[in-house]
Design a protein around this ligand. Structure first.
Ligand code: CTP
Length: 399
């Protein structure tokens, strides 16, 4: 779930800084991209080089960088999907609570609008002292979330509350907290993408220009919003990044049909953006068809209409969205497909609009629902179009 996430790890001066090394290792193993900011006193406990080697990034301590540039706290804060302050010393917690800002880490924390997870670490008497407790309580605001310290043996030899939560516990806490708050958490989504290839003989096929970019972008956006996604795709040259996406690769419409029908029953959201071939050769030659001087005719037979079949299987609690690629009478044809295929909505692409349709990086869509309500969108990059489609889905589910 942390795959591809951009995480800032803030380390302040505490002996628990050594545990931040293990935390960093887990985050990197999980596929997160991590940058580390240390307070000057944290560098007394662990050398910045340790974090630099493990994160494969430079470590930030001061505002001024060794190359004469400066480390921009606002850029660092904006880069992150979220920040983990672990360990959070009593001093750093106090400054954060009071609005004091005398180092790069604090300046970055104050510049952040993303969630900031704070894992306090200190000795027992410090942790329970009223003023520090008050500071911790004051920090627990909307985007600052406290990961409570744990009970156990402390570096002082005392026993009690105050030791920083174990790295594995920090990860579990964040996953629960962060992902549960996403709008599509717990939802299962099925997306189809790309073309299908219909074999003529062992070396030739009938295909189309679909790149799969639109469907892959939708799958990524659904996953980013917390859904677990099954992506059934034809032959493409791209791959999915988010670990919440299970990709199933197929070649022909018949294979896509089989996978879709198998996976459909457990799904909450289904978006069919694949450019499925409507026809396939009636017979596939076992050996390569030899060239002749005369014309060659191929008999084509219809493929199953996967979307129509899913429309027949659809239960009331399943949201089914199709795509329509049209060259003329766009709105009429697309809204006709909504009813004919028993869809909740259809995403219309018009081939008449420059920059829309298969192959390219941009698209311009109109979404039409069963009541014929149309929502128009501007020409945008396909990942922005995917955001529009997924926002539409989120709104729909809230209805
Ligand atoms: N589709 C499908 N199975 C097919 C053909 C299309 O599941 N054999 C789906 C597409 O994934 C898309 C929708 O049906 O979501 C509409 O596809 P489109 O090609 O626009 O329409 P068709 O139904 O094939 O009709 P036509 O080609 O005549 O416009």
């Amino acid at each position: 779930m942390l795959e591809g996430k951009k995480i800032l790890l803030g380390v302040s001066g505490s002996i628990a800084a050594y545990k931040a090394v293990f935390l960093l290792r887990i985050l990197v193993k999980e596929g997160a991209e991590v940058k580390v900011i240390m307070t000057p006193s944290a560098t007394d406990f662990v050398a910045p080089l340790t974090f630099s080697v493990l994160s494969k990034n430079p470590v930030f301590v001061e505002f001024s960088a060794p190359d004469g540039n400066w480390n921009n706290h606002v850029e660092l804060a904006n880069w992150a999907n979220f920040i983990i302050l672990a360990p959070a010393s009593a001093n750093t917690i106090g400054k954060l609570a009071l609005g004091l800002c005398d180092n790069l880490l604090l300046a970055t924390l104050f510049s952040a609008s993303c969630p900031v997870y704070i894992a306090p670490a200190m000795d027992r008497e410090m942790y329970i002292s009223p003023s520090i407790k008050e500071n911790i309580t004051r920090l627990n605001t909307q985007n600052r979330i406290i990961i409570p310290a744990e009970d156990g043996e402390l570096a002082s030899g005392l026993h009690g509350e105050g030791r920083m939560a174990e790295p594995e516990h920090i990860i579990c806490f964040i996953i629960e907290n962060h992902f549960k708050s996403l709008p599509l958490y717990g939802k299962k989504a099925l997306v189809t993408a790309g073309p299908t290839y219909e074999a003529i003989d062992p070396v030739r096929f009938i295909g189309n220009f679909s790149s799969g970019k639109m469907g892959f972008a939708i799958a990524e956006e659904l996953a980013k919003n917390g859904a677990s996604v099954t992506l059934i795709h034809g032959p493409v040259h791209i791959s999915a990044h988010n670990s919440s996406i299970k990709a199933i690769s197929v070649t022909s419409a018949a294979e896509m049909h089989h996978e879709c029908v198998t996976h459909f029953p457990g799904m909450d959201i289904v978006v069919m953006s694949a450019a499925v071939a409507d026809y396939r050769p009636a017979a596939q030659a076992n050996s390569k068809i030899k060239k002749k001087d005369s014309a060659l005719s191929l008999e084509l037979v219809p493929n199953p209409d996967i979307l129509s079949e899913l429309g027949k299987m659809k239960k009331n609690n399943q949201l089914l969205i199709g795509f329509a690629l049209e060259t003329d009478n766009e709105l009429e044809n697309a809204s006709g497909k909504v009813k004919k295929k028993n869809l909740d909505a259809i995403v219309l692409n018009s081939m008449r609009i420059k920059g829309a349709g298969p192959g390219g990086d941009t698209n311009k869509i109109t979404i039409i629902d069963r009541q014929n309500k149309t929502t128009h969108f501007e020409l945008k990059q396909k990942d922005e179009v995917a955001t529009d489609i997924v926002n539409y889905i989120i709104k729909w589910l809230k209805k």
